[in-house]
Ligand binder design. Sequence first.
Ligand SMILES: *[C@@H]1O[C@H](CO)[C@@H](O)[C@H](O)[C@H]1NC(C)=O
Ligand SMILES: *[C@@H]1O[C@H](CO)[C@@H](O)[C@H](O)[C@H]1NC(C)=O
Length: 371
Amino acid sequence: MLSSIILVNILVFFSLNHVCGARISPTDSSRIVNDHRAFFVFGDSLVDNGNNNFLVTTARADSPPYGIDSLSHRPTGRFSNGRNIPDLIGEQIGVDPLLPYLDPELDGKKLLKGANFASAGIGILNDTGFQFVNIIRMPYQLAFFETYQKRVAALIGTEKTKKLVNEALVLITCGGNDFVNNYYLVRYSLRSFQYRLPAYVQLLTTEYEKILMRLYNLGARNVLVTATGPLGCAPSVIALRSRNGECATELQRAADLFNPQVTAMIWLLNKKLGSDVFISVEAHHIFYDFITKPKAFGFDMTNKACCGQGPYNGLGLCTALSNLCPDRAKYVYWDGYHPTERANRLVVQEIFNGTKYMKPMILSTLLSMKA
Ligand SMILES: *[C@@H]1O[C@H](CO)[C@@H](O)[C@H](O)[C@H]1NC(C)=O
Ligand SMILES: *[C@@H]1O[C@H](CO)[C@@H](O)[C@H](O)[C@H]1NC(C)=O
């Protein structure tokens, strides 16, 4: 833990040194600011675009066959065979794939398009993912966002920076690791001694609310919030906890408890703020539909990972030595835990235009209201 704190502090310092980096002229900058909405991403491996490649950690997706169906056919740090949810949302709003915040390429004008602060392995709680050592936990992702704003202010001034952040689209995805890489990581985890499941779920919801309020206080006004998928249905969980390949009961119970509480918390938060700042993306239901009605979505395989080994291809990491399915588009899960590009694409369709799982509104409505 200590070494992780030190490394992250070094990184904060490193980024602060960038504050006085490249400058651009004022006319140039106003055109860029008005051109496109910026996009910011926070959270875990479901949305990490490669920050962990810059860290000393085992939570990374930087070797083949990750990225096999991307344009370059090479791994980038995204935990999928191709594009992930941030890439596909970006595609719809006209933002090129975001750079990871730790990428040295992210400097000068490129900062104005936004940044991805997500880091695989993190959770809502600071002790989640402790086994990955150096990952950017939520308080540090938010600290980087603050540093980011200082760097942008040095380019375009404080007022325009504030406007850029207020108008930006923000996506935050976390919570899954607080179960799979914390509470249920081992049979008798510290957290499971401390809390019964309902109390743990309540703790997570309260802490998630604090993170969302911090985002609000940092200027975010259009925030898509997702919590977990159907945790019990991930091939890695099925491999360890299911008898006949059905979704594992205990982790489904956790997801069934937690996700509605997040939606309810968001509803109250918006009420308190007097504005629909936060939108709940009920990813848990979206994915559960893929699993229970695969044919309706063109999937053939729902409980087996495309890349992996062991039962349901769900054990261990996805590596060059793993079994790899030929037809990725037929699978919901790419590896033991993360969706295929095809599943991500269907989720993004629901986010923009869905009919059931976006509370209080779909993203197309939000974007047209705040055009
Ligand atoms: C997590 O760590 C941050 C920064 O060290 C601290 O401010 C925060 O209170 C911690 N959160 C919890 C829930 O312990
Ligand atoms: C949402 O619907 C609009 C209008 O029909 C369409 O242009 C757009 O491509 C859709 N977006 C997604 C992500 O499916």
